[in-house]
Design a protein around this ligand. Structure first.
Ligand SMILES: NC(=[NH2+])NCCC[C@H](N)C(=O)O
Length: 274
């Protein structure tokens, strides 16, 4: 039998809202890139986590391979067009950013340069990975702290390890600017992009979100992440994603919006004494 040539629909048919998401994330990419070019903190409030295709590619365009990403999430969001079973793009942003396994999908290919190196991401809060995602994490030796590690070590040590990893493995800055990249302890730092999905938090803390998973971060653990990253002085971009006021009852909506706002204030330094 004659084999049909694969066409667009055969390859990517399962992916939902591809045209729309490409258009929106391209716009987000441009504004995050501009904010980073101007040396501002690029704060993006979402929206489903596919927005990170735009935000991370935007900061990456400016900070290049020295950029480190801290991805706080219950999920890996690293499905490829082949591995996704839901077809939801919010489950795929990390694969799209890195061009993993065929995730070079038109019309994203018109603007997205999938050059993100997976050794520059650290996950915190994972507890709901699809089978293929576990394999991707293992095969690519991706640094990840699941809720198990948070329970074992506490959020303090987990976050220290995440930051140290990103600093220690960043390519060295040009010798002329090395001083600029040193913190008060003389450690050479790197720019950090925080992509925070509110479903990393326990559903009792942030219920109005599309894919809640029990056993997540407490209110304080979430805020501790924000405060600590603020203190590093390394943050260049922050995403708060998956707050979905269309879900849940009135109280659940109010609770989730209020925790989202509180996380934003916290990453800007509220709550710290010095
Ligand atoms: N950003 C999110 N809420 N992601 C949830 C992803 C769930 C599932 N792994 C999927 O690919 O569909």
């Amino acid at each position: 039998m004659k084999r049909m040539k694969p066409n667009y629909a055969d390859n990517y048919g399962i992916l939902k809202n591809v045209e729309y998401t490409s258009k929106v994330t391209h716009r987000i990419h441009k504004s995050v890139k501009k904010a980073c070019e101007e040396g501002k903190l690029a704060l993006t409030i979402g929206g489903d986590h596919s927005i990170a295709i735009g935000t991370v590619s935007g900061s990456l365009a400016v900070y290049k391979e020295r950029l480190g990403v801290i991805w706080v999430d219950a999920h890996g969001d690293i499905n490829t067009p082949e591995s996704t079973s839901s077809g939801n793009l919010h489950g795929c942003p990390v694969a799209f950013l890195s061009g993993l396994g065929g995730s070079k999908v038109p019309p994203f290919t018109n603007w997205l340069n999938p050059t993100f190196d997976l050794s520059r991401i650290v996950y915190i809060g994972l507890r709901d990975l699809d089978g293929p995602e576990k394999k991707i994490l293992r095969d690519n030796n991706i640094k990840a702290f699941s809720m198990h590690e948070v329970d074992r070590w506490g959020i303090g040590r987990v976050l220290d390890a995440a930051i140290e990893y990103l600093y220690a493995t960043a390519p060295p800055p040009p010798p002329s600017s090395e001083k600029q990249h040193q913190n008060d302890d003389g450690v050479v730092t790197c720019p950090i992009h925080l992509s925070f999905d509110v479903d990393a938090l326990d559903p009792s803390v942030a219920p109005a979100t599309g894919t809640p998973v029990r056993g997540g971060l407490s209110f304080r653990e979430g805020h501790y992440i924000m405060e600590t990253l603020h203190q590093t002085g390394s943050l260049v971009a922050v995403d708060i994603t998956e707050v979905n006021p269309a879900l849940g009852n009135h109280l659940e909506r109010e609770t989730t919006i209020s925790v989202g706002c509180s996380l934003v204030r916290s990453v800007l330094g509220e709550g710290l004494l010095y």
